[in-house]
Design a protein around this ligand. Structure first.
Ligand code: THU
Length: 132
């Protein structure tokens, strides 16, 4: 947890969020024990902004890794901040149902759940295979 927490915090400190002023950091641990992090990067053309989770996933894939064992998302809000719908699907692509999802703020962990709990009824390969 500590390595993920520190990585997400450092990434969040670099967030580029001048439009929402909502900084997010994410850190992923993979099956090999490697850690990858990302922050949100907004754009004046609002839909072009990217979430922290997407940045961390891109760094992971670019390093040749594919299996997420844990992900920690850090933001400061009254309620624990969960990954947006799109990021849930992005994370699911490289996760198993028991991948651990940790929601944190600057002080530490606030909630913990599995990927299956975060994204029940995920669209997956099995559904694609049944296309006819
Ligand atoms: N955001 C993330 O980076 N990850 C999330 O899980 C929730 C939302 C970003 C997107 C946008 O830059 C800002 O937070 C406000 O929505």
């Amino acid at each position: 947890m500590t390595m993920l927490f520190d990585a997400a915090k450092a990434a969040r400190a670099q967030a580029y969020a001048p439009y929402s002023n909502f900084a997010v950091g994410a850190a992923i641990e993979t099956a090999t024990g490697a850690v990858f992090s990302g922050c949100n990067v907004e754009n004046v053309a609002y839909p072009q902004g990217t979430c922290a989770e997407a940045g961390a996933i891109a760094a992971m894939v670019a390093a040749g890794e594919r299996q997420i064992t844990q992900v920690l998302v850090m933001a400061v809000s009254p309620q624990p901040v969960t990954p947006c719908g799109g990021c849930r699907q992005k994370l699911a692509e490289f996760s198993s149902p028991d991948t651990v999802v940790i929601l944190a703020d600057l002080n530490g962990e606030r909630r913990r759940m599995t990927m299956a709990e975060l994204l029940p009824y995920a669209f997956d390969q099995a559904q694609l295979d049944n296309n006819s």
